[in-house]
Write a protein that binds this ligand. Structure first.
Ligand SMILES: NC(=O)c1ccc[n+]([C@@H]2O[C@H](COP(=O)([O-])OP(=O)(O)OC[C@H]3O[C@@H](n4cnc5c(N)ncnc54)[C@H](O)[C@@H]3O)[C@@H](O)[C@H]2O)c1
Length: 437
C-alpha cells in the first residue's frame, strides 16, 4: 500500500497554517503535519483535540548579540519552541547550526513531545537552536554566544519548566555554561535546568552511550519478533559518532558483523566484518572512518545498496530519500538519527517490506537517561551505571512491546503506531487537564 505523501501545497491547504510559516516552504514542519494526519484516524474521541498537536504552544525568537574576538558585534538568530506541555515540563535539545530554521525547531520540538510520550517519561516536547556555524567561533565566542542565548531564553527555561539538552554541535561543556548562566541569573545552583551535563556537574553515568544503547535494545527486540538472528547479522551504519558508534559496538559485541560504515570522511567496507574497537579508536584519533586500514574504500553513493540485514542511519536528517530507498537491501532500518527518512522513502521501504524502527522510539534512549539525570539532580542522589542501564533497557523494551502490539492491532507502520501511543497519551492529558480558563 502506498500512502499519499502530499506536496507542500496540498499540506498547506489541508491545514490552517500560522501566518509565520510560508505555505510553499513548510520544511520539516510539513513532514510532521503529514505524520499527524496519518495518526488522526486512530485517535477516536481524542481526535477533537488534534489541532493542539498542530500548533506549538509557545515560540520564542531571540536576537543573540555577542562581541567577537576582533571587537566587532555579531548578531545571531536563536529559538526556543515549546510544542506541548500537557504531560510535564518541556524537554529537548539545543542545536547550533547555520541552517537551523523555525520550521525545523518546531518539528524537532513536536517529535520530542511524541518521543517523550512514547517512552512515557513525564515531559512535554521542546527544542532550541541558534543559526550559527560554531566551528567558525573561537572557544570564547562560543561561550559568550551560549551564555547570552541562555539569558535570552531564561524567560522560558527552568528545572520544572523546560529542560534543554545537547543536540547537533552542542555538548557537555555547553550544558555546563548554560547551567552556570541560569544559576547566576536566578541566584542558586540549579543543576536540573539542563541534562547531558558532565558527570562532575550533576550529569548521569550512562548518558553518553544511552541513545546508542536504546537503538541496540529496540533492534534486538524487533529482531527477536521477526526471527532475525543477531549472531552473524550484517550491519551498515551511517554516522559513527556517539549514536552510530555505540550502536555498532553493542551489535558487534552481540555477534553481528558491521560490514559498512559511512561518515563525513568517506565510506568503508569489509564483508567479513570490521574490527569495531579498532575502528572506534581510529575515529577518535583521526576524526572519521576515512583511511581505516582494515577495510576497502567504497564510493559514497554505493553505501545504500550494501548487502546487509540491518541498516542504521545515525548521522543527519533526510538521508533516506525516494532516490536511494529502492536500493536498500536491509530487512530492518533502525533510525538512530532524527528524521533520517523522508515520507516518500518511508512509503517505498514499507512497500518493499523493510521494517523501519522510527526515530521517535528507536533513539529515545538519550532522553530516557536525561530523565534519570534530572531525577538524580532533584534528589542529589546518584545511581550506578548498571542501575541506569538496567532501567533504560526495561523502559525501552516495555515501550517497544506496547508499540509493536498497536502496530499489529491496527496493521500500521511502527511510526504510525508510535504516534498512536504517544498522541493518545498527550491528548488524554490535555483532555483531563481541560482548557484554562
Ligand atoms: N546523541 C544523542 O543522544 C542523540 C539522541 C537522539 C538523536 N540523536 C541524533 O542522532 C544523530 C547523530 O547524533 P550524534 O550525537 O551521534 O552526533 P555525532 O556528532 O557524535 O556523530 C555524527 C556522525 O555523523 C557523521 N556525518 C556528518 N555528516 C555526514 C555526512 N554528510 N554523511 C555521512 N555521515 C555524516 C559524522 O561523521 C559522525 O560520524 C543526529 O541526527 C542526532 O540528532 C542523537
Amino acid at each position: 500500500m502506498t500512502l499519499s505523501t502530499g506536496t507542500p501545497g496540498s499540506i498547506a491547504t489541508a491545514h490552517t497554517l500560522p501566518s509565520y510559516l510560508d505555505p510553499n516552504h513548510l520544511g520539516p514542519w510539513g513532514n510532521y503535519l503529514q505524520q499527524v494526519d496519518r495518526v488522526t484516524p486512530y485517535l477516536g474521541n481524542l481526535a477533537r483535540w488534534v489541532e493542539t498537536l498542530k500548533r506549538p504552544k509557545r515560540i520564542l525568537i531571540v536576537d543573540v548579540p555577542i562581541e567577537m574576538d576582533d571587537g566587532t558585534i555579531a548578531h545571531f538568530e536563536g529559538y526556543r519552541v515549546q510544542h506541548n506541555l500537557s504531560r510535564g515540563p518541556g524537554k529537548g535539545g539545543v542545536r547550533f547550526h547555520q541552517d537551523v530554521t523555525l520550521s525545523e525547531v518546531m518539528a524537532l520540538s513536536a517529535w520530542m513531545s511524541v518521543k517523550n510520550a512514547a517512552v512515557n517519561v513525564p515531559y512535554g516536547g521542546a527544542k532550541g537552536g541558534i543559526r550559527v556555524d560554531p566551528k567558525k567561533l573561537s572557544l570564547g565566542e562560543l561561550e559568550r554566544l551560549t551564555r547570552r542565548y541562555t539569558s535570552e531564553i531564561g524567560l522560558l527555561i527552568g528545572p520544572s519548566k523546560d529542560i534543554p539538552a545537547p543536540d547537533v554541535n552542542t555538548n557537555g561543556q555547553i550544558m555546563a555554561w548554560m547551567m552556570d548562566t541560569y544559576s547566576m541569573n536566578t541566584g542558586a545552583t540549579a543543576t536540573g535546568v539542563v541534562t547531558g551535563k558532565p558527570v562532575d556537574l550533576g550529569g548521569s553515568l550512562g548518558r553518553v552511550e544511552a541513545t546508542g544503547r536504546g537503538v541496540y535494545t529496540v533492534g534486538v527486540e524487533a529482531a527477536r519478533l521477526t526471527g532475525l538472528p543477531i549472531e552473524g547479522a550484517r550491519l551498515a551504519v551511517q554516522g559513527f559518532g556517539n549514536v552510530g558508534g555505540t550502536a555498532g559496538k553493542l551489535f558487534a559485541e552481540a555477534g553481528a558483523k558491521v560490514v559498512a560504515v559511512q561518515d563525513h570522511t568517506g565510506t568503508i567496507f569489509n564483508g567479513n566484518g570490521l574490527d569495531v574497537p579498532a575502528l572506534l579508536a581510529h575515529v577518535k584519533a583521526r576524526g572519521g572512518v576515512g583511511g581505516f586500514a582494515g577495510a576497502d574504500a567504497l564510493a559514497n553513493e554505493d553505501f545504500w545498496a550494501v548487502d546487509c540485514e540491518i541498516l542504521i542511519p545515525a548521522a543527519l536528517e533526510g538521508q533516506i530519500t525516494k532516490d536511494n530507498a529502492g536500493q536498500i537491501k536491509a530487512r530492518m532500518v533502525i533510525e538512530g538519527a532524527n528524521g533520517p527518512t523522508t515520507t516518500e522513502a518511508d512509503d517505498i521501504l514499507h512497500d518493499k517490506g523493510v521494517l523501519v524502527l522510527p526515530d521517535v522510539i528507536a533513539n529515545a534512549g538519550g532522553v530516557t537517561v536525561s530523565y534519570f539525570e534530572w531525577v538524580q539532580d532533584f534528589s542529589s542522589f546518584f545511581w550506578s551505571e548498571d542501575e541506569i542501564n538496567a532501567r533504560l533497557v526495561r523502559i525501552m523494551q516495555e515501550a517497544f512491546a506496547g508499540i509493536w502490539q498497536v502496530a499489529q492491532q491496527h496493521q500500521v507502520s511502527l511510526r504510525t503506531a508510535t504516534f498512536i501511543v504517544a498522541c493518545q497519551r498527550i491528548l488524554h492529558a490535555r483532555e483531563m487537564r481541560g482548557l484554562y480558563p
